[in-house]
Design a protein. Structure first.
Length: 328
C-alpha cells in the first residue's frame, strides 16, 4: 500500500509517499481502507523533530518510526475473528498512528462514521474532537451556564471546543484573529474577541473555565480573566522548535502552585466511547466538523505547510488515494 513516510526530520519537503507493507488483521482488530485523514500539530512536531522529543526518544538524528498521521475515516475491508460489532463495508472513523496511508489496522479507537457527514469531515474529527471533548468535560468539568473562554478558538481543536461547550450549555467567548471572527460566530460563540483589537485579560471579564488551546500569555495575565475558583485547562501553546508547549506548561505549573484557581494539563486519549459521543453530537447537529481545505495525499507537504502557518480555520484534511484510484 502507499503511505506517507519521513526518513529525516525537517520541513514538509521531507514527507514522501512510499510503497510499504499492508497491515495484518489481528483477531481483535479491523482493517480499514482509509479514505481521508487530517493534519494535527502533533504530526508537525514529529516531522520537524521537536528537540526535547528527540532527546527523550533517543532518536536524535533520525526518526525510528517513519510513519505519520493519527486520524482516519474509511471503510472496513476485513475484520478479525473476535470482532462482532463491525462488518466488512461499514463506514468508520477513528484514531490510529500511521493514518496517512491506504490502510490501517485498528483495535480500540474506532466507531461507525456519523451518517450526516462526508469522509473528509469525519476524518477531521478524531484528535481535535476528542481533545476538545476531554478538555471541557473531563478536565474542565464544564457545567451549564458557566462562562467559558476559548483562547485559540478557530483552528482544529478550538472549532470543536466552541461547539461542544455550547452543547454543554455554556456561555462561550472565543478569542481569535480578525480573519476568523466570523468563523467563530458561525460556530456558535456567544462573544468573539479579536485579539488584535481587545485584550481579554484586561477587559474586566472573568470566566469559570478557560481553555487555552493555543495562547501563550503569562499566568499573571490569564489570572486576571479567571474567577477565584475557576479552572484553567492548558491544551497547547504556539509552536516553538525546542521544547514546544512544555515551556509554557512548566512556567504555568510553577506559577499556579499557590493559585486559588485549578490548573490542568492533559494529553488527549483516543477511545471508542468518546468517538461514540462525538458521533452522537455530530448526528444531533450540535457539532459540525469544519474543513477549511482538503488536499490529495500527493500534496501532503502543502497540507502540512498550511497547518504549519498556525492560522488554519477548522481542520486541514488529506484525501487518501487508493492504489487503484488515479490521482486527479
Ligand atoms: N494536549 C493535547 O492532548 C493536545 C491535543 C491536540 C492538540 N493539542 C495542541 O493544541 C494546540 C492547537 O491545536 P489545533 O489542532 O487546534 O491547531 P491549529 O488547527 O493549527 O489551530 C491553532 C489556532 O491557534 C490560533 N493561534 C495562532 N497563534 C495564536 C496566538 N499567538 N494566540 C492565540 N491564538 C493563536 C490560530 O487562530 P487565529 O488564526 O484565529 O489566531 C489557529 O487557528 C496545539 O498547540 C496542539 O499541539 C494538544
Amino acid at each position: 500500500m502507499k503511505a506517507v513516510v519521513f526518513e529525516s526530520y525537517g520541513q514538509p519537503e521531507v514527507l514522501k509517499i512510499r510503497e510499504i507493507e499492508k497491515p495484518d488483521v489481528p483477531d481483535d482488530a479491523v482493517l480499514v481502507r482509509v479514505r481521508a485523514s487530517s493534519i494535527n500539530v502533533a504530526e508537525w512536531y514529529s516531522m520537524t523533530g521537536l528537540l526535547i522529543g528527540r532527546i527523550l526518544s533517543r532518536e536524535l538524528f533520525k526518526p525510528k518510526d517513519t510513519r505519520l498521521g493519527a486520524d482516519f475515516a474509511g471503510v472496513v475491508e476485513a475484520v478479525g475473528k473476535n470482532i462482532t460489532d463491525f462488518k466488512r463495508g461499514d463506514e468508520v472513523f477513528g484514531g490510529r498512528s500511521g493514518a496517512y496511508a491506504e490502510y490501517v489496522s485498528v483495535k480500540n479507537a474506532v466507531a461507525l462514521k456519523p451518517a450526516n457527514v462526508t469522509m473528509e469531515e469525519a476524518a477531521s474529527v478524531p484528535t481535535a474532537g476528542i481533545t476538545a471533548l476531554q478538555g471541557l468535560r473531563d478536565h474542565g468539568k464544564i457545567q451549564p451556564g458557566q462562562k467559558v473562554l476559548i483562547h485559540g478558538a478557530s483552528g482544529g481543536v478550538g472549532s470543536f471546543a466552541i461547539q461542544i461547550a455550547k452543547a454543554f450549555g455554556a456561555e462561550v467567548t472565543a478569542v481569535c484573529s480578525p480573519q476568523n471572527v466570523e468563523h467563530a460566530r458561525r460556530l456558535g460563540a456567544d462573544h468573539v474577541i479579536d485579539y488584535t483589537k481587545e485584550d481579554f485579560t484586561r477587559n474586566g471579564q472573568q470566566y469559570d473555565l478557560l481553555l487555552n488551546v493555543n495562547g501563550g500569555r503569562s499566568w499573571s495575565e490569564y489570572k486576571r480573566a479567571l474567577k477565584p475558583n475557576a479552572t484553567f485547562v492548558l491544551i497547547g501553546a504556539p509552536k516553538t522548535p525546542v521544547v514546544g508547549p512544555i515551556g509554557l506548561l512548566i512556567k504555568t505549573r510553577l506559577a499556579t502552585l499557590r493559585a486559588s484557581q485549578k490548573f490542568v494539563f492533559f494529553i488527549a486519549q483516543f477511545n471508542r466511547a468518546d468517538m461514540q459521543v462525538l458521533k452522537e453530537l455530530i448526528e444531533s447537529g450540535k457539532v459540525k466538523p469544519f474543513v477549511e481545505k482538503a488536499y490529495p495525499m500527493t500534496r501532503i507537504a502543502d497540507a502540512m505547510t498550511h497547518l504549519g502557518k498556525g492560522h488554519a480555520q477548522g481542520k486541514i484534511v488529506v484525501t487518501i488515494q487508493s492504489s487503484n484510484t488515479k490521482v486527479p
